[in-house]
Design a protein around this ligand. Structure first.
Ligand code: FES
Length: 232
């Protein structure tokens, strides 16, 4: 079938502002939006710019606004979207070119929550053991692929871009609730800041946008609950 693919294009060296361009692309129902973007780039306009790597929903590099929702271009099928498809860069981020957004601030916020294990104890002879229940405590937030679909869909982030955002909180959660970690207090102190968890208004856009099905709003509430508990 033929699909009409509209893409919001922007080349800072040529364009004053973004504009829509349309492409007619031959597609099968099981093709993904990423396949269509490849067809445009390889057969119609080699200047089209977008990120992608794994093409299997693992690396998180091709999140974009597809038919009005943040999704991974490599996961969403054409039969889920219809014959008219619009593709735009992730909202809330500066655009570098076409579908490529500036992720520097996003990754700086990720780094700010110390997303690594902190453990000053002497190394044991073997690995640190953890019960299945303790491992399950943070299992959901280990699934994050840092695609930014959640942060980019969050109205609190749109309103105040100093907000650390859902993705950073998810990655803090992954370590805060890890029984082997010793850095929880430090992370909770960082997230108790005015641009931390309190900016969440439980709108649930982040949870709906997550291509990995992470219950993000719940994770944020668990982190804010842990801050309150420690302060009491
Ligand atoms: S290209 Fe890796 S998640 Fe889509």
């Amino acid at each position: 079938m033929q699909v009409e693919l509209r893409i919001l294009r922007y080349d800072p060296e040529r364009d004053k502002k973004p504009h829509w361009e349309s492409y007619t692309v031959e597609s099968g129902p099981m093709d993904r939006v990423l396949d269509l973007l490849h067809t445009v780039k390889w057969e119609q306009d080699g200047t089209l710019t977008f990120r992608r790597s794994c093409a299997h929903g693992v690396c998180g590099s091709d999140a974009m606004l597809i038919n009005g929702r943040n999704r991974l271009a490599c996961k969403i099928r054409i039969d889920q979207l219809g014959k008219k498809i619009s593709v735009a860069p992730l909202p809330g981020f500066g655009v570098i070119k076409d579908l490529v957004v500036d992720m520097d601030d996003f990754f700086a916020k990720y780094r700010s929550v110390l997303p690594f294990q902190i453990d000053e104890r002497q190394m044991p002879a073997r690995e640190r053991l953890q019960s299945p229940a303790d491992r399950a405590r943070y299992d959901d937030t280990t699934k994050c692929i840092m695609c930014a679909a959640c942060t980019s869909s969050c109205p609190s982030f749109w309103a105040k871009d100093s907000y650390v955002g859902p993705a950073a909180i998810v990655n803090a959660h992954r370590f805060i609730f890890d029984s082997r970690d010793e850095g929880s207090d430090e992370r909770l102190e960082i997230l108790a800041d005015k641009d931390g968890v309190w900016r969440c208004r439980t709108i649930f856009n982040c949870t709906e946008a997550c291509p990995r099905g992470i219950d993000i709003t719940r994770a944020i509430l668990e982190v804010s609950g842990a801050i309150v508990e420690r302060r009491i």
